[in-house]
Unconditional design. Structure first.
Length: 277
């Protein structure tokens, strides 16, 4: 396993427990390539290099695995490798689910649409995209569009889209020619929803996911080549956010895994494999 001993200086945060601070640091180091994709991660190594107890180290493995940052490999974990096929499948799946939520939200009428507009103004508009407050606001706005954390659509997102994908989307703006797609998509949605333009609602959702796709592809290509963006986020890794479904992702969570779709290309190989005789 690559060394994880960077941590002690960054764990000094009175508002976080040691295990939560360690989770945040490991998550950050995975996303910015300090812990290499495919590298094994063992509880004993985490314990030795960060000073957490063995039980806490095991909880960290479970939680990072549930978030998609680690992948189970036999009896241990390895740092996740994010491929373009897999990320594209997540992107398309999330776009489709959010589109359904946006259409349903529009059909509920004016009060809910006004609530969405107020939330966009209060928590997303005017917030620096590099700041984690923007990321948390975007997550919460998505949850609102899906019908709340207990909705069927939110449960679908939890099943199919790992937490890591949302962080990758946020980091990808490092390579973007422009940002602000979320606010513009929100404004397009509000305009279409108030006029009853269902096709306009669909287009507003696709505008965001298609607009952010090129920088996401660049991020994944660079990660595959061992090159990562500079960590220039403002207050970027201080929060352990809820999943879309409202399920906590704190380091002590007992959830051992979240089902994650395999790339369609892999599924096709399995589906059409010749029968053994």
């Amino acid at each position: 396993m690559p060394t994880v001993e960077k941590g002690e200086a960054n764990l000094v945060n009175d508002s976080l427990s040691k295990i939560d601070a360690t989770y945040i640091e490991l998550r950050e180091r995975i996303l910015f390539g300090e812990l290499a994709a495919g590298a094994p991660m063992y509880a004993e190594d985490i314990m030795r290099h960060t000073g957490v107890s063995l039980s806490m180290a095991r909880q960290l493995l479970l939680s990072l695995g549930a978030g998609g940052y680690l992948k189970k490999s036999g009896r241990s974990y390895v740092v996740s490798t994010f491929t373009k096929d897999q990320v594209e499948e997540w992107r398309l799946a999330l776009c489709a689910i959010v589109e359904i939520g946006a259409l349903r939200l529009a059909l509920t009428g004016g009060e809910k649409i006004d609530e969405a507009a107020a939330f966009l103004d209060a928590h997303v508009r005017g917030v620096d995209v590099r700041n984690e407050r923007f990321f948390i606001g975007a997550m919460a706005l998505t949850t609102f569009v899906l019908g709340g954390p207990r909705s069927t659509l939110s449960q679908l997102v939890e099943q199919f889209i790992p937490q890591a994908f949302f962080r990758l989307l946020w980091i990808a703006d490092s390579y973007a020619d422009r940002t602000g797609f979320l606010v513009e998509a929100g404004d397009r949605f509000l305009s279409a929803a108030r006029s009853g333009d269902l096709e306009g609602i669909r287009q507003s959702v696709r505008f965001f996911f298609d607009g952010t796709a090129p920088s996401l592809y660049t991020l994944i290509d660079n990660m595959a080549g061992g090159s990562f963006p500079a960590n220039e986020k403002t207050d970027g890794f201080q929060t352990i956010e809820l999943q879309i479904s409202g399920v906590p992702t704190y380091a002590g969570s007992s959830r051992s895994s979240t089902p994650i779709l395999r790339p369609i290309s892999d599924a096709g190989k399995l589906a059409f494999a010749p029968e053994s005789r």
